[in-house]
Design a protein around this ligand. Sequence first.
Ligand code: 1CP
Length: 349
Amino acid sequence: MSAPPEPGPAESALLRAYRGQPVPHTPVWFMRQAGRSLPEYRRVRAGIPMLEACRRPELVCEITLQPVRRHGVDAAILFSDIMVPLAAAGVDLEIVPGTGPVVAEPIRAAADLARLRPLAAADVSFIDKAVRLLLPELGGTPLIGFAGAPFTLASYLVEGAPSRTYATTKALMYGHPALWHDLCERLAQITLEFLRVQVSAGASAVQLFDSWAGALSEADYRRYVLPHSASVLSGLADLGVPRVHFGVGTAELLAAMAQAGADVIGVDWRTPLSAAAARTGGTRPVQGNLDPTTLFAPWQVIEAEVKRVLADGAAAPGHVFNLGHGVLPETDPDVLRRVVDLVHATRPR
Ligand code: 1CP
């Protein structure tokens, strides 16, 4: 007798939680679960520049699968970077080890916008190939696609490198609002196309990372950023996949970010999940939000914090366990495995 067919991603705990449906266990995955915390990642990446690695479908497939195999998480997230579609759209940039994205010629004036052409699906055909390689390997485990939101992408393009203050970005935003909106419209097109390619190839959910939006006041967010993130999210509506919207330091922005049109709100560790649920109207599932540095604490502390996050997440119509931001490179992978097992063993309420 043949075994019953494996349930597909649509029936997975992740997709059920993202839709606010009852789950057999709280699903869990980790932002930046692939990458530098894993020795097997460091091995396969050795000598290959980051952007080059992202363009090799077999390597993307292998790196995406590594944390799924090792940790038993409920989702894979495509191994890529928010800068990949910008490089594919003609921007000269590099991801510098130990620093992050560095743009050769930052965008500061109207004439610079010409360097940002629209993205076509063919520009990122390597993504389509990688997703199609991944699907049979993943069985029923859902694949999450992702992209950077216009503000976060703009911050790298305008600053030219990671920033702490976003002073140049904000100067352009306040001083040249027409140029700012033109830039963000172009970025929204690129992001939308990048996400649509991932979903068309088989990703079951998407996450829009507006990692650095927390640098803005709510008023500025609503005026300069929300319309562009909303155009990305509404441009995905016909695909029918859950859309997660996440940023860091967004306590004051959660209501506005929810209004941008996401189905699920990602929350950093500063805001209790119950407060995040209340601030977003109590109608949306939440994702988060263990402080990533908690993973360096003694196990008893980690255990108590995981249980606190789980209990707090029960206030929302659905909860997907995650960290409040990405896995830090120094994290012990065995601790991540224990966290997954603990989340799975704790009865959802
Ligand atoms: O050589 C290396 O290993 C480079 C390190 C690295 C890795 C592993 C970078 C450079 N990007 C990535 C992969 C990556 N980037 C993933 C992997 C998928 C997974 O989660 O398993 C994801 C989701 C991203 C997304 C990303 N890139 C974001 C949004 C998420 C977040 O953490 O807020 C951002 C802001 C970036 C920019 C970026 N790329 C790389 C770095 C070090 C940074 C951050 C730089 C900064 O601090 O501004």
